[in-house]
Design a protein around this ligand. Structure first.
Ligand code: FA5
Length: 342
């Protein structure tokens, strides 16, 4: 009898050691510990023993029963704890770390310019990227067949107007929005126009077919060249620091007269000459000028009453200078290794 209890005990413990789930544990309970289980069955046999043996075997039977029940309870408890732990949400744990996006360097520079110009009272405007030939060229004092058209080639949409001319194109500059803004808001007017532009050009480290510009215009009475100069000085100092100097050199743009290129002292070497400014101490940053009377007229504004100034930055160029980016093609590459640096 003693052997049978010991054997039952060993069997139970061996099977208990392999239990992994509550279901399996319940099966074991039914088989060994329930009222009809093997332990009860064995204990039922005690009554046939003589008094001495019954006493000795009864004691062993009780010890085995107690031990098996304790081992069973301990495992049941730890399995229940495990289940509870798996189901519960610990709200104090830190959240899963989501990868954070980055603002594109173009957006960073654009935001900076928008902040500067909003603080000077400029509206921020947008315009269509698919533009008409009229707004992109003709209204900007670049009539059909004029040699100034050779300065900018673009991508034309395969659609002809009733005169048989290709009329829709991807805009080469943000300047057409000058005309749209004048027509919509009239004078006086202060507007900043950031946007994407397109040119049919061979790409290299400094030229892309798709790039960004920002255009500015200020129209009022008696706006003159001195206003343009002091205005560009303020913009340069806000962009590159209070010691920044401006130099203006003549440049032809058909939609301004006179036209010029605005250059600022290099913000890296403060004008002493370095690799970025090609040892000149100056950075060529902004095209600008006084708005041509023909352009004001195309915008529905009387040039006898109003005059204005306009300027345009290449946003990619600004971002390249600010963040030391050596190839413009990186902007359109979609390369995360590039974008994640900002
Ligand atoms: C213009 O596009 C004039 N609309 C700017 C202007 C506005 C002048 C108002 C006067 C008054 P330009 O072709 O130089 O000018 O282009 C201006 C800037 O756009 C350039 O200095 C350059 O930074 C950028 N840009 C032009 N073409 C490309 C290109 N293919 N790739 C990258 N940037 C370009």
């Amino acid at each position: 009898m003693k052997n049978k209890f010991n054997q039952l005990r060993d069997e139970f413990l061996e099977q208990l050691a392999r239990v992994k789930t509550n279901e399996h544990l319940k099966e074991l309970e039914l088989k060994f510990l329930s009222r009809r289980g093997r332990l009860s069955e064995l204990m039922g046999g005690l009554k046939d023993l003589n008094v001495d043996l019954k006493k000795e075997a009864g004691e062993l039977a009780n010890n085995v029963k107690k031990e098996l029940q304790e081992k069973f309870n301990a495992l049941s408890k730890s399995l229940n704890n495990l289940v509870a732990k798996n189901n519960e949400i610990d709200v104090t744990l830190p959240g899963a770390n989501l990868a954070q996006g980055h603002l594109n360097p173009i957006t960073l520079v654009q935001n900076e310019l928008e902040d500067i110009f909003s603080s000077l009272g400029f509206m921020i405007l947008d315009g269509p990227e698919l533009e008409s030939d009229y707004y992109n060229f003709t209204a900007l004092n670049i009539p059909p067949n004029h040699p100034a058209r050779d300065m900018q080639d673009t991508f034309y949409v395969d659609y002809k107007n009733k005169d048989g001319h290709y009329d829709l194109l991807m805009r080469t500059q943000t300047s057409p929005v000058q005309i749209r803004a004048m027509q919509k808001y009239g004078a006086p007017l202060k507007a900043l126009i950031p946007g994407r532009c397109f040119r049919n050009e061979a790409t290299d480290a400094r030229h892309e077919h798709t790039f960004y510009q920002v255009e500015g215009l200020l129209i009022g009475e008696n706006i003159n060249f001195a206003n343009l100069k002091s205005f560009l000085e303020i913009v340069g100092q806000r962009l590159f620091g209070p010691n920044t100097k401006l130099r203006m050199r003549p440049k032809f743009f058909p939609f301004v007269e006179p036209g010029n290129n605005g250059e600022y002292t290099c913000f890296l070497c403060q004008g002493s000459g370095c690799r970025v400014c090609k040892q000149t101490g100056w950075l060529e940053i902004v095209g600008a000028g006084l708005i041509h009377p023909e352009v004001l007229r195309a915008g529905g504004i009387d040039p006898e009453i109003y005059s204005g100034l306009a300027f345009g930055f290449g946003l990619n160029r600004l971002a390249m200078l600010k963040y030391n980016i050596n190839d413009i093609r990186l902007f359109n590459s979609g390369d995360l290794k590039f974008l994640e640096q900002f």
